[in-house]
Design a protein around this ligand. Structure first.
Ligand code: COA
Length: 183
């Protein structure tokens, strides 16, 4: 295996590299609809705050992660159970970064590339927290996120056309709490 090179992409680069990203997506999520992935991702790339990172080995794209901030009109938390404290689900467009997809080719897994992609994606985000959705029966992946510091907040129903009937939503704090005293 060669040297892994992690890069942060501009929206233009993400658009240009979309076909390579989708080749990895197709292997990592074999049952998902590629037309739907293309439409959804090309729309997300145009949204404010979209961010993508890739990892290449010998020039070949072997993994990626991307996401975008939840907008003030986001339906991300709709139907969340158990109920959370008042204000939990309020979005402003600047509060929460949603990690939409993370994938590494099977041949390159288990070498820390998934973790590096996630760390790089979140490293300089200005939001106070990040969230991601997993399918409930993927316990191995859920345990991985828990080891990485993410917490399960609850379950939401999927809407028609989504990849699952229900999703488990996770969150992680991106910055320490703002200081409460003026020390
Ligand atoms: C999830 C995924 C991106 C992880 O990629 P990766 O490059 O293997 O990630 P890492 O090497 O950083 O390892 C991640 C964790 O999984 C564990 N792991 C990796 N390969 C493993 C294997 N073959 N068996 C058991 N555990 C394994 C590692 O120990 C590591 O745990 P740790 O960070 O607590 O030590 C990759 O498995 C993948 O693409 N899966 C399919 C798509 C997917 O499910 N994406 C997430 C959707 S929510």
């Amino acid at each position: 295996m060669g040297q892994a090179e992690v890069s942060r992409l501009s929206p233009g680069e993400a658009r240009e590299q979309f076909d390579e990203i989708q080749q990895v997506y197709a292997v990592a999520f074999p049952n998902y609809d590629l037309g739907d992935h293309r439409r959804r991702t090309l729309r997300q790339i145009e949204s404010a705050g979209f961010e993508a990172v890739t990892v290449r080995e010998n020039g070949v794209l072997v993994g990626f992660a991307y996401g975008l901030p939840l907008s003030a009109r986001s339906t991300w938390w709709n139907g969340l159970r158990p109920l959370q404290p008042d204000g939990f689900a309020v979005e402003t467009g600047r509060r929460t970064f949603a990690v939409i997809d993370l994938a590494v080719l099977p041949s390159h897994r288990g070498r820390g590339l998934g973790r590096r992609l996630m760390d790089e994606l979140l490293r300089s985000r200005p939001e106070e927290r990040a969230t991601l959705a997993t399918v409930p029966d993927n316990r191995e992946t859920q345990r991985m996120y828990e080891r990485w510091g993410w917490s399960l907040v609850g379950r939401v129903p999927g809407v028609e056309g989504e990849t699952s009937d229900t999703f488990d939503l996770y969150v992680i704090a991106l910055r320490p709490e703002a200081p409460t005293s003026s020390r």
